[in-house]
Design a protein around this ligand. Structure first.
Ligand SMILES: Nc1ncnc2c1ncn2[C@@H]1O[C@H](COP(=O)(O)OP(=O)(O)OP(=O)(O)O)[C@@H](O)[C@H]1O
Ligand SMILES: [Mg+2]
Length: 282
């Protein structure tokens, strides 16, 4: 569950202040697959980085599974990211001195997982790199590195997966296979999945497309039949809380129990969401 309200990001560039995000608000129900599209420079990567707590916004609120992350310290954010967030960088960000297997196993080892190597092996097999466990990133093609990055992002079974142009560096056939892989992993894991893309084929296969223009949301379109936040809340009051007991595969340890009260999924219509949740025609 992601709730973003009035998110503003300003940065200093060339001696003056640049407004990159100008009051962005939206909610993503648990498990939803959303793409963020928009022209170059519209603020997509900035928004994704803020959702991962990689940057601090100038103003506004970001709640992930009921936790307001904008007030957290770097170490709280790092801990939360390790536990709950998978991030696929456009430029892979693999560690060059580690093999494919070691790159995928690293987040698991940082989280103290007992069978890190076994799970890493399984994930590399899943992304079709069963024969490349011992290879270093420089010995892999761009598409293969991207697949290692996908395996790594899914390694800790993140509840929230964020991907910045996961097909951006791939030719169309490899990109198509990457889309199939991401969608299959999303279905299997049930993570909330927000991806930034310029790839219309990929965006069209997601449940919802949010369009950014010049730091503002200009459209928010749901594919027909996609559950909205309202319908999810009506169906299952309290859905999306960290402690709602939904998964149980990671022990469910709450990163900051007691730090702030969960809101139990209430107040969803407090003006947070944009009002243009139209149904996509395509
Ligand atoms: N550290 C920074 N200082 C100043 N301006 C920045 C900084 N980082 C990003 N910007 C500006 O913010 C705007 C949005 O950047 P962002 O990378 O979020 O765009 P984007 O939508 O991801 O674009 P693309 O599709 O090209 O990846 C751009 O105009 C960019 O130049
Ligand atoms: Mg970008």
């Amino acid at each position: 569950m992601i709730r973003v309200a009035n998110l503003t990001m300003q940065l200093r560039g060339g001696g003056h202040v640049v407004s990159i995000l100008k009051g962005v608000s939206f909610d993503v129900p648990p498990g939803q697959l959303v793409s963020i599209v928009g022209p170059s420079g519209s603020g997509k990567s900035t928004l994704l980085g803020l959702l991962a707590g990689l940057d601090i916004p100038t103003a506004g609120s970001i709640q992930l599974n009921g936790h307001e992350i904008t007030t957290w310290t770097e170490s709280q954010l790092a801990h939360f990211r390790r536990q709950y967030i998978g991030y696929i960088f456009q430029s892979f960000h693999l560690i060059p001195t580690l093999t494919a297997l070691e790159n995928v196993a690293l987040p698991l080892e940082l989280n103290g997982a007992a069978s890190a190597q076994t799970r890493a092996r399984e994930l590399l097999d899943t992304v079709g790199l069963g024969h490349r466990h011992g290879h270093y990133p420089t010995q892999l093609s761009g598409g293969e590195q991207q697949r290692v990055a996908v395996a790594r992002a899914f390694s800790c079974r993140p509840r929230i997966l964020l991907a910045d142009e996961p097909t951006g560096n791939l030719d169309s056939a490899t990109g198509q296979r990457m889309i199939d892989l991401l969608l299959a992993l999303h279905r299997e894991h049930g993570s909330t999945f927000v991806l930034v893309t310029h790839d219309a084929t990929l965006a069209d296969r997601t449940e919802r497309i949010i369009t950014l223009h010049d730091g503002m949301i200009t459209s928010d379109q749901h594919a027909p039949g996609t559950p909205t936040l309202d319908s999810c809340v009506r169906r299952n009051d309290g859905v999306g809380d960290v402690d709602s007991g939904g998964r149980g595969d990671d022990g469910g340890d709450d990163v900051d129990s007691g730090m702030r009260g969960d809101d139990g999924g209430g107040g969803v219509d407090s003006g947070v969401r944009g009002d243009d949740q139209g149904v996509r025609n395509s």
